[in-house]
Design a binder for this molecule. Structure first.
Ligand code: NDP
Length: 334
């Protein structure tokens, strides 16, 4: 099994030398174990936080151990009653081409004709679920709301815009980091207006796109975007704080929004969340999303990087914004 391990804790931007590739000989299957040939690995922004030695909602990666994270593959051998050869399984065993572990760590999913297995890492998986929980459970989206989404062309963001639209939002505004992404937001992802945050100050661009203010902000980015959203909220505005990717590779402490007084005067609510605490909502999400995919109400993009040896590159490219929709690594068939 080819596996990728973290060997140094990065300071600022991670580098290739913070990782190593190892080849591990797998022992014969023990009772209750399955062997899975991975087809896709997930690279996700939260992994950057786990590379630091700080306590968070997920424990830090252990140096010298294989990078864990979402992956989907097919069972090639089984010594477990519950899982059969050929089953498609989703798991958290991460950056390796072959996995051999106890059956309990794998979730069997159905293959959907015409939908790539990688969808179980994105639209049908954690990032789609994050969008759903953040909008409904955290931001308490209501009919007629004006919604602003940062990181709008990413895995979570492309889902937030579409789910907001399908759930009765009156107007959906997104920001992203390139003209191509901004065009996709309005042409493909149901956004009414979109802007490139590199074109000028976020507050001025948000004011132009939402002259009457916003009711909901879905924050993937933090920093200047969060401050602008706080500046644009109408009375009673609600923010779902999902992530703050603008700060993940900085070495300076983040500067907080300078306009927090609006929280008082406009009666705002900002709520942070991690999707792992909302697993009770997964069945509702899975049912809704399966319906939306089947009806074509939800569309999705993936950026696919070929080869497990390029996993670190894929992760770094994700942090730089090279992806549209979900970034995944495709594993060559063994
Ligand atoms: P994305 O697919 O959105 O990929 C990351 C994107 O971030 C890039 O494509 C890039 O797009 C954007 N980006 C990078 N640097 C900056 C910057 N300085 N300012 C603004 N945008 C930047 O990743 P995900 O959809 O997987 O994750 C989105 C967010 O959701 C992240 O913050 C992540 O940590 C968070 N998250 C939180 C979860 C939770 O439970 N709370 C669960 C899953 C994700 P661009 O080209 O537009 O800059």
């Amino acid at each position: 099994s080819t596996q990728i391990q973290l060997v140094n804790r990065p300071v600022g931007w991670p580098e290739q030398t913070d990782f190593r590739t190892v080849n591990v000989e797998l022992p014969p299957l023990a009772d209750g174990q399955v062997r899975v040939a991975n087809e896709f690995l997930s690279v996700d922004p939260y992994m950057r936080g786990r590379m630091n030695d700080v306590k968070s909602y997920t424990p830090p990666y252990v140096l010298g151990e294989t990078m864990t994270g979402g992956a989907v593959g097919r069972v090639v051998a089984s010594a477990a009653d519950t899982i059969t050869v050929g089953d498609v399984v989703v798991h958290q065993h991460g950056w390796r081409d072959l996995v051999q572990e106890d059956a309990a760590g794998f979730r069997v999913v159905q293959e959907i004709p015409g939908v790539p297995l990688s969808a179980y890492l994105g639209v049908l998986g954690l990032t789609g679920f994050t969008a759903y929980v953040g909008l409904h459970d955290i931001a308490q989206l209501k009919q007629g709301d004006t919604v602003f989404v940062s990181g709008a062309a990413g895995a979570v963001g492309t889902m937030v815009g579409q789910i907001a639209r399908l759930s009765g939002a009156a107007r959906v505004i997104g920001s992203a980091g390139s003209a191509e992404k901004v065009a996709l937001l309005t042409e493909k992802y149901g956004y009414d207006a979109a802007f490139n945050y590199n074109d000028g100050p976020v507050q001025a661009q948000l004011d132009a796109a939402a002259p009457e203010g916003i009711d909901v902000y879905f924050d993937n980015v933090g920093g200047e975007h969060l401050e602008a959203a706080i500046g644009s909220f109408r009375d009673g505005g609600r923010g779902a704080l999902c992530g703050a990717i603008s700060q993940y590779n900085t070495t300076e402490p983040a500067v907080g929004p300078r306009n927090m007084a609006n929280m008082v005067t406009r009666g705002l609510t900002l709520t942070g969340f991690t999707v792992g605490n909302y697993s009770h909502r997964f069945p509702a999400f899975a049912a809704d999303m399966a319906g939306w995919l089947a009806s074509g109400d939800i569309v999705f993009d993936e950026t696919v990087v070929d080869g497990i040896e390029n996993s670190v590159d894929a992760f770094l490219a994700l942090m730089r914004g090279a992806n549209t929709g979900k970034m995944v690594v495709k594993i060559a068939p063994l």
